[in-house]
Design a protein around this ligand. Structure first.
Ligand code: BDP
Length: 328
């Protein structure tokens, strides 16, 4: 090769590396999808995730969280991951369950003995399996938030036993696990987007809905639904996910930074959750909501047989269920 040619090649290579470095050094603003109001525990924790990333990568990655479902409802946002429209989000295990059945198992009614049991499951090896099951949907789950326990709130009467739900129209998120659980209790499950529930309660399109107290309170649904019956039928973990395309593009060091940031954000969310539950309960009491603790949950638990039969329907899912139950 002639010297001039060789020099030419070297110059070209140098330009390419400079370009690569230029691209790598460019700041990347990550779009975050979030369903809740900005002062919600998960919202604050998602912001924190972005802040830690910005700090630890010296601004190469920053997070921009779009709250209040501005980027669309949950099902739509999950689908957007496949198209790389969203870079990170916090999704309910129940909603993810329509896409990856392992997530449905971890969202089954009365599956966890306590919040500690849930944390032990998702923070351990099972959490990694759950994350792997999301790969086909272009997601990696880096950490898990709590979604509290979901109970019924209703407009005209309290719920003490499943028979009280008979024939009632109860709003549920648009996903199989919620529909099946509420129908097994004898109600008429009505899937609706989160943002449509207030008006639906107000206009009598539905007789009630079900959620944890921070969501019941932050949406102000308690202004219309004055009965909150704590049967705690679902305790659903929520996944802090990032796009797999993004994940695969990260250096190993950056992946570790993302993981650490996600774990720290989940720790914060769980702390804030406990505080917000207290605050929400106080607001509900102040607003005159009649809260009744369902003392005997057994009839609710017993009614879940058909849900398990229907949804835990492969050897793999049966094994996963057993593994979850075996976690101390
Ligand atoms: C909230 C969850 C969110 C659900 C929402 C709902 O955080 O993921 O989709 O309930 O009921 O508690 O739609």
């Amino acid at each position: 090769m002639k010297i001039a040619q060789r020099l030419g090649r070297i110059a070209a290579l140098a330009t390419v590396s400079a370009l690569c470095l230029g691209v790598a050094a460019e700041a990347r603003e990550l779009r975050g999808w979030n369903l809740h109001v900005p002062d919600y525990p998960g919202s604050i924790a998602m912001e924190k995730f972005g802040e830690i990333l910005a700090e630890k990568t010296e601004g190469r990655y920053t997070g921009s969280v779009f709250h209040n479902g501005q980027l669309g409802d949950q099902r739509f946002a999950i689908e957007q991951f496949a198209l790389d429209g969203i870079d990170f989000a916090v999704f309910s295990g129940g909603s993810l369950g329509d896409f990856a059945t392992a997530l449905q198992i971890v969202s089954m009614p009365y599956i966890f003995r306590s919040a500690e049991h849930m944390y032990a499951v998702v923070d351990g090896e099972i959490g990694e399996r759950l994350s792997d099951s999301l790969a086909d949907h272009n997601m990696v789950a880096l950490a898990w938030y709590t979604g509290g326990a979901r109970s019924f709130y209703t407009v005209s009467k309290p719920i003490n036993e499943p028979a009280d739900l008979s024939g009632m129209k109860i709003r549920v998120p648009d996903a199989e696990i919620f529909v099946s659980t509420v129908e097994a209790l004898g109600a008429n499950a009505t899937p609706l987007a989160f943002g449509e529930v207030y008006t639906a309660l107000q206009t009598g399109v539905i007789d009630g809905a079900e959620n944890n107290s921070p969501s019941f309170e932050s949406t102000r649904h308690y202004e219309v639904a004055k009965f909150y019956s704590l049967d705690e039928h679902l305790m659903v973990p929520e996944a802090l996910v990032v796009s797999k395309t993004l994940w695969d593009s990260l250096s190993e060091e950056d992946q570790q930074t993302f993981r650490d940031a996600a774990r720290e954000s989940a720790e914060l969310q769980r702390e804030l959750w406990a505080e917000r539950e207290e605050k929400s309960n106080a607001i509900l009491a102040e607003a005159g909501v009649q809260v009744n603790v369902v003392e005997d949950k057994q009839p609710f638990i017993d009614a879940m047989g058909p849900v398990y039969e229907k949804l835990v329907n492969t050897d793999e899912l049966r094994a996963l269920l057993q593994d979850i139950q075996a976690v101390e």
